[in-house]
Design a protein around this ligand. Structure first.
Ligand code: SGN
Ligand code: CA
Length: 538
């Protein structure tokens, strides 16, 4: 009896002490990332556009970050920052064009080395296979929405279906049939949606075509009081969004219309231009099989009929409104599928009890403009693309339903996951672990500002190169390369960033202070004009 009691006591002491070390059990990590998902399109942040009850479950059961941002608002560079825990100028993947140097350390390699089972399904966008991943099926480059092709370790495969459903099926199949019960897992579940050209599933396409969405305050922005970069960017709905590719007007209808103005052309970046082409519609539509086409046709016919009947009578404001509605209908329809599918995966984790020891993260590779400033796309340091959605749940570690306003970045993910998994963090990673914040211990967090640097110019959308510093109150940016312009925004008094106050005498002291801090941040993160020269395009 005494012996039994002794064992119980010893056992509880053991449990007690190990509890302090996260139970001594390594947590599983499910990293969910979508592509170009604006926080404005997640109801946990803002419910004016769409309800996303499943994504919201992660925030309800965990922590919602309201000031999460990226260091370089474009797809492949953001992914490189996430995997390496280093800024673009250090990991070398400054734009979507450069090849990712996969000889460098990425955090999944460290997880694999430390006994984790690793897997990745969906969009990576690197051009090379992920390192440190046991099982993967990834989309080639941007991938396709309809009947997508996947690259695997052994062979490529085309899977019939809608991409968001397919990526989820692959992930669930891996959980059900390949997961090793004896190992913790690190699983990447990476959606292609809601990336342009926003092809929804046929069902959601029909459903969302009947909806009407509220316009953002700044839809008709004329960019006065801003610099050259905002004025010359090619991402305006009226002047750069394409009727065939984006609004999905059938080429047969579009091409017979006369004087479709304004004529939309894009700079390629190398001095040449491309015009809207029926291919940008046909190449996507023609991936559908007969049965799928039949379903898509119902809505496609309605769109074309409406365009043909009404477009000739529209003034520019009405064209803008028409394009905005078409944009939101399709963009949000793709998100509705993401939300349903995230629900399927969360349900599986709950049904199997795996949820109890699993950190679930939902984020996007960057934010996106949903008509703010008249724009679509991203790239700029201005809020809607600079900020990104982020919510994390971790039962018994993160208090459910909490909100955090600290300036966290995608740069911080690698260190956060490594620390949570009790794996040593390489010294050259440049982020900070979010664990103190997740555990409600903000006093251990002292970051006041973050650094941003965007490079891909000249290129599609023509967003000029810039770097800057952002804190909770202000944003100071230097646009460089072919211009030399500074912008300062007062984030508290001008949340829509409509007035560049860099030259306003009232802000003189702020400019001096932030210029100094920006310089210090560039030194801290080892960025410099010398490095900038390395990244000039020939
Ligand atoms: C494509 C899109 C652009 C988008 C880039 C980069 N054009 O070029 O609108 O900015 O991808 O996106 S499209 O006509 O092909 O749709 S990213 O998410 O990969 O960075
Ligand atoms: Ca993206």
């Amino acid at each position: 009896m005494i012996r039994k009691l002794f064992t119980v006591v010893i056992f509880s002491i053991f449990l007690g002490t190990s509890c302090e070390k996260e139970d001594g059990v390594k947590p599983n990590i499910l990293f969910i990332m979508s592509d170009d998902h604006a926080y404005q399109a997640i109801s946990a942040y803002d419910d004016r556009l769409i309800q996303t009850p499943n994504i919201d479950r992660i925030a309800d059961q965990g922590m919602l970050f309201t000031n999460a941002s990226v260091t370089n608002s474009i797809c492949a560079p953001s992914r490189a920052v996430i995997l390496t825990g280093k800024h673009s100028h250090i990991n070398g993947k400054i734009d979507n064009i450069a090849k990712f140097d996969d000889s460098q350390m990425t955090f999944p390699q460290l997880f694999k080395k430390n006994g984790y089972q690793t897997a990745m399904f969906g969009k990576l966008h690197f051009g090379n296979n992920p390192k440190g991943i046991d099982d993967f099926l990834i989309l080639p480059g941007q991938g396709d929405y309809i009947n997508p092709r996947f690259l695997g370790r052994e062979k490529d495969t085309i899977i019939t279906g809608y991409v968001t459903d397919v990526i989820t099926d692959l992930t669930l199949d891996w959980f059900k049939n390949k997961r090793d019960d004896d190992k913790p897992f690190l699983t990447f579940y990476l959606h292609k949606a809601p990336h342009r050209a926003w092809w929804p599933s046929p069902e959601k396409f029909a459903e969302f075509y009947n909806k009407k969405f509220p316009e953002p305050e700044t839809l008709y922005d004329d960019y006065s009081n801003r610099g050259t970069a905002a004025k010359t960017a090619e991402m305006n709905l009226l002047t750069h969004m394409q009727y065939m590719q984006d609004s999905k007007v059938r080429p047969s209808v579009f091409e017979k219309m006369e004087n479709v103005e304004p004529k939309i052309v894009y700079a390629r970046g190398d001095g040449t231009f491309f015009e809207p082409s029926s291919n940008s519609f046909n190449n996507r539509y023609n991936r559908a099989n007969k049965e799928q086409k039949k379903k898509y046709d119902v809505t496609l016919d309605k769109i074309s009929k409406d365009f043909e009947a009404n477009w000739p009578k529209m003034n520019n404001k009405e064209k803008m409104q028409w394009k905005f509605q078409r944009y939101m209908q399709d963009y949000l329809a793709t998100i509705s599928s993401v939300d349903d599918n995230v629900g399927r995966v969360l349900d599986y984790l709950e049904e199997t009890g795996l949820d109890k020891n699993t950190i679930v993260v939902y984020t996007s590779d960057q934010g996106f403009y949903l008509g703010e400033h008249g724009w679509f796309d991203k790239r700029f340091i201005y809020d809607e693309s600079f900020k990104t959605p982020l919510m994390i749940k971790w039962p018994n570690q993160i208090k459910p339903g909490t909100t955090n306003e600290e300036m966290v970045q995608n740069l911080d993910f690698a260190q956060t996951f490594l620390e949570a998994a009790m794996i040593e963090v390489p010294e050259d990673m440049q982020g900070e672990s979010l664990l103190p914040l997740l555990k409600g211990n903000s006093s251990k967090w002292n970051r006041e500002s973050v650094y941003y640097h965007y490079y891909e110019y000249p290129s599609v959308h023509m967003a000029k190169r810039h770097y800057g510093i952002v804190n909770k109150d202000y944003k100071l940016t230097h646009f460089y390369y072919d211009i030399d312009e500074w912008e300062l925004y007062d984030r508290k008094n001008d949340p829509n960033e409509m007035n560049n106050v860099y030259n306003d005498p009232n802000y003189k002291d702020i400019v001096i202070q932030l210029t100094k801090e920006l310089k210090e941040l560039r030194i801290k993160y080892r960025d410099s004009e010398e490095l900038d020269k390395r990244f000039i395009y020939n």
